[in-house]
Design a protein around this ligand. Structure first.
Ligand SMILES: Cc1ncc(COP(=O)(O)O)c(C=O)c1O
Ligand SMILES: N[C@@H](CCCC[NH3+])C(=O)O
Length: 422
């Protein structure tokens, strides 16, 4: 359920009519509903409660907007981070380092140092080589680093190939058949406190079976590690649960079904669980609001050219992803068209031969389910500015991140004088 509804003839986000935001801020602009993200944070935490003690660490990569993180922090969520930039954003938004877990395929020494000094909760290590680097950092800082290995269970997530992470040929994690040796090696390294196991097999999962298969393997591994004398106290089960994008396709499993499966599979594990949901919390808390520049006849179907483009929302270009497209002030009738942006690439196509509510030049449209992996993946390709983001709370709204300046992008202290002076 989301909080984008038609009232008085226009689409609203909570109590704010979207045309009001378009007039004030311009388009394209991302609009987020705090009520929707709060609701999803609660639904998820309630759904996994039967599985016992747990931490829900929001996958910051899905939406690192400072206002979004601050909202989720007040719902008690921690953070799953994959870079020191995400760590800084999470901490700045009020998330305690004790609730932050560090995933990520290639953590650097500098990143490890800053996160460990800050008191991070768990490092999910991806290799023995990474364990060796962290050990050296920990010894230098005189601290113990709490660690888990991210294990690659060799399970087909049955999602898009570009966002599946749990097959043996994927770059992620330690192969499960080498995990026991990795744990033994980590135990021998100074400065590491081996405390957990982690797994994450992919994103936009629409089937619980691969997750269940992966968790079952992790349960067996925990048993073996305990036999080997390791004190496994935490199990990080990652994120990945999918959301409905296309109303004409069967919806993914509900969080309740996921929670019940987790409770069943993890019974008797005697660990604190960590969850890393991203998309599920924020995807349908956001829309990309855009204006139709013009409607142009095509060889077959017409082109609806909007002022958003692949640089603003790259999921359709990158994964052929589906985003529902709706007029903000509906007219009578429908039309079938290719919905495209102004960027100079044929790939700048949001939908081909899509039937949508009829639109004309100047009309506003929304791309739905654009709260996750959307603004955060935007670029300035074609010298287009980064899309503005607005956050709505009831009848209040605010610009959640102005267009980024050079200072904000690379850190004020790192902008060289010769660039500043120009
Ligand atoms: C390690 C890790 N945790 C959590 C997530 C969040 O996944 P999702 O947004 O699908 O819940 C990802 C992204 O796939 C990830 O790589
Ligand atoms: N960017 C992807 C998700 C990546 C998940 C990150 N591990 C998407 O839009 O669907």
């Amino acid at each position: 359920m989301d909080h984008f509804t038609i009232r008085d003839g226009a689409l609203h986000c909570e109590d704010v009519p979207l045309p009001t935001i378009a007039e004030a801020v311009g388009t394209p602009v991302y609009v987020y509903s705090t009520a929707t993200m709060r609701r999803h944070a609660r639904v998820f935490q309630t759904a996994v409660a039967p599985a016992g003690d747990s931490l829900t660490a929001f996958a910051v990569k899905a939406n690192p907007n400072a206002a979004v993180l601050a909202t989720l922090a007040t719902e008690g969520l921690g953070a799953d981070i994959v870079s020191i930039g995400e760590y800084r954003r999470a901490v700045a938004a009020g998330i305690a380092p004790a609730k932050i877990v560090f995933s990520g395929v290639g953590k650097t020494e500098a990143e490890m140092e800053e996160a460990l000094a800050g008191g991070l909760s768990l490092f999910n290590l991806e290799s023995v080589e990474e364990a060796e680097m962290l050990s050296a950092v920990a010894v230098r800082l005189g601290r113990d680093a709490p660690v888990a290995f991210r294990v690659n269970p060799d399970v087909d997530a049955r999602s898009h190939a570009k966002i599946s992470t749990g097959a043996a040929h994927n770059k992620f994690g330690v192969p499960i058949d080498r995990a026991r040796a990795a744990y033994d090696r980590a135990r021998a390294l100074p400065g590491l406190a081996v405390t957990g196991v982690a797994v994450h097999i992919g994103s936009q999962l629409t089937d619980l079976a691969p997750l269940e298969a992966a968790f079952t393997r992790i349960g067996e591994l925990i048993r073996q590690l305990r036999e080997d004398g390791h004190h496994i106290r935490r199990a990080d089960l990652g994120g990945g649960l999918g959301v409905p994008y296309d109303p004409d396709r069967p919806p993914p499993p509900e969080p309740e079904a996921y929670g019940a499966m987790v409770a069943r599979v993890t019974r008797g594990w005697d660990v604190t669980l960590v969850f890393e949901p991203g998309r599920l919390i924020v995807a349908n808390a956001g829309v990309l609001l855009s204006r139709v520049i013009r409607v142009k006849p095509g060889a077959g179907t017409p082109f609806v050219i909007v002022d958003a483009a692949m640089n603003d929302l790259m999921r359709p270009a990158l994964y052929d992803a589906f985003h529902a497209i709706d007029p903000v002030i509906p007219r009578d009738g429908t039309m079938t068209a290719d919905i495209v942006g102004p960027v100079c690439e044929t790939g700048d196509t949001f939908a081909t031969g899509r039937t949508i509510g009829r639109v004309e030049a100047g009309d506003l449209v929304v791309f739905r389910t654009a709260g996750a992996y959307a603004a955060t993946m935007a670029s300035t390709y074609n010298s287009r500015p980064l899309t503005a983001e607005v956050i709505v709370n009831g009848s209040d709204w605010a610009i959640a991140r102005a267009r980024q300046t050079l200072d904000a992008l690379i850190g004020a202290d790192r902008v060289p004088a010769w660039l500043k002076d120009r």
